[in-house]
Design a protein around this ligand. Structure first.
Ligand code: BDR
Ligand code: CA
Length: 326
C-alpha cells in the first residue's frame, strides 16, 4: 500500500483534501503536486489575500489549475486580514525593493471561473456535511478564511479532521527575525485558529521547509520529466532560486508543497515536536511570531505537532511522482 493512502475493506483510497492558499509561486507548485499525485485528491481550492492581492491570487489559482487541465472548484475568500485593515506593513511597502513576489505568474488568462459563495461559507458548508468527514484542510496562506469559518461556526473545530498549516518559525522568521510571512500577515487569524481546538493540527514552519531546499538540479530533473506540471514547477522554482538571498549556493526552500507532500509521504517530516503553540499578536518586533512552548512544565496541553526537519530526498521523490503524472 502506498504510504499516505489508507486501506478500508481492502480498497486503497486517496487522501482527500481542501487547499486554502494565496497563490503565490510555491502555492502554484503545491497545486500542481496536489492535482498530480496518485494518492491525493484535491477536492476544492479556497483563496486568500496574502502573497499578492486577492484578485491576483484568484487569477493565479485558476491559471495554475488550467495549466494542468484540472477541474477543481475554486472559491474566492478574504481580501484583507481577519481584524486588521491590512497587513502589518502594507504589501506595496513590504515588497518595494524586490520583485520576488510576482503579482501574475505568467499563466494565460484562465478559462475557468470561481464558484459562487465565499471561501469561508464553502468551508462551513463542507465541514458540516458528513461527506467531508475525512477531508484534510491544508492552509498555505494567511489563516484568514479558516478563522472566519471557525468564528461563524465554532463546531468546525470538531468537524475538521485534520488541519495542516504552512506557517510560523520556531527559529528565525522570514519577514522579521521573529515572524514567518503567513502568520505575520494575519496574526489574529493564526492565533484564533490555533486556539480553536481543532482536533489535529500539524504546523509545517520554516524550520522544516528550509531543511529541505530545492536546487537547479531538481529543476533540471523536473524539466526532463517534461509534463506541463513539471515544467511549470521548474520555471517557478528557478524564479525562487534567482531571488533567494538566504544561501550563497542556489538552494531555496519551496514551502507550500511540503504540506502536500506530508499528506502522501508523512515520512517527509523527519523531526517533530508535540507542543502548546500560540501566535504573538501585539509585540512591535514580534507580531506574528509562532511561540512553541516545549517546556516540560508548560501549563497548557499540546495543541499541535510542529515539524522541525524534513527529508529533501523524500520531498524530491514526492515531487517527481506528483509532477510526473500531470
Ligand atoms: C510562506 O509565505 C508565502 O510567501 C509562501 O507562499 C509561503 O506560504 C512562506 O513564508
Ligand atoms: Ca503560500
Amino acid at each position: 500500500m502506498p504510504v499516505g493512502a489508507f486501506e478500508q475493506r481492502g480498497v486503497v483510497l486517496s487522501t482527500r483534501f481542501i487547499l486554502d492558499c494565496d497563490t503565490g509561486s510555491d502555492d502554484a507548485v503545491a497545486i500542481f503536486a496536489a492535482v498530480g499525485h496518485p494518492d491525493l485528491e484535491l477536492v476544492a481550492v479556497t483563496t486568500v489575500n496574502g502573497n499578492v492581492a486577492l484578485d491576483h491570487v484568484v487569477a493565479n489559482t485558476l491559471g495554475a489549475l488550467d495549466h494542468v487541465g484540472a477541474r477543481v472548484p475554486v472559491y474566492a475568500g478574504a481580501d484583507r486580514p481577519f481584524i486588521r485593515p491590512d497587513l502589518p506593513i502594507p504589501r506595496e511597502v513590504l515588497n518595494r525593493d524586490s520583485d520576488f513576489q510576482m503579482a501574475g505568474l505568467g499563466f494565460p488568462e484562465a478559462a475557468s471561473a470561481v464558484e459562487t459563495g465565499t471561501a469561508a461559507d464553502f468551508l462551513v458548508g463542507a465541514y458540516l456535511d458528513d461527506a467531508y468527514a475525512d477531508v484534510t484542510l491544508v492552509a498555505t496562506g494567511p489563516l484568514t478564511n479558516v478563522a472566519v469559518a471557525l468564528a461563524s461556526e465554532p463546531r468546525l473545530a470538531e468537524r475538521i479532521p485534520r488541519l495542516v498549516v504552512m506557517g510560523g518559525a520556531h527559529g528565525n522568521g522570514n519577514v522579521t527575525a521573529a515572524a514567518e510571512f503567513n502568520f505575520w500577515a494575519d496574526p489574529e487569524a493564526a492565533q484564533a485558529v490555533l486556539s480553536a481546538g481543532v482536533r489535529e493540527v500539524v504546523i509545517v514552519p520554516l524550520d522544516a521547509t528550509h531543511s529541505a531546499p530545492l536546487t537547479d538540479a531538481d529543476c533540471d530533473a523536473f524539466e526532463r520529466i517534461g509534463t506541463p506540471a513539471a515544467r511549470g514547477a521548474a520555471t517557478l522554482i528557478r524564479h525562487r532560486l534567482d531571488h533567494d538571498q538566504a544561501t550563497a549556493e542556489r538552494a531555496a526552500p519551496v514551502h507550500d508543497p511540503l504540506c502536500v507532500a506530508y499528506l502522501a509521504r508523512p515520512d517527509v517530516v523527519t523531526e517533530r515536536v508535540r507542543a502548546f503553540v500560540s501566535v504573538e499578536t501585539m509585540g512591535d518586533r514580534t507580531v506574528g511570531e509562532l511561540v512553541v512552548d516545549t517546556r516540560p512544565w508548560c501549563p497548557e496541553p499540546p495543541n499541535a505537532t510542529v515539524a522541525l526537519r524534513a527529508s529533501a530526498d523524500v520531498y524530491r521523490d514526492f515531487l517527481e511522482t506528483a509532477l510526473g503524472a500531470g
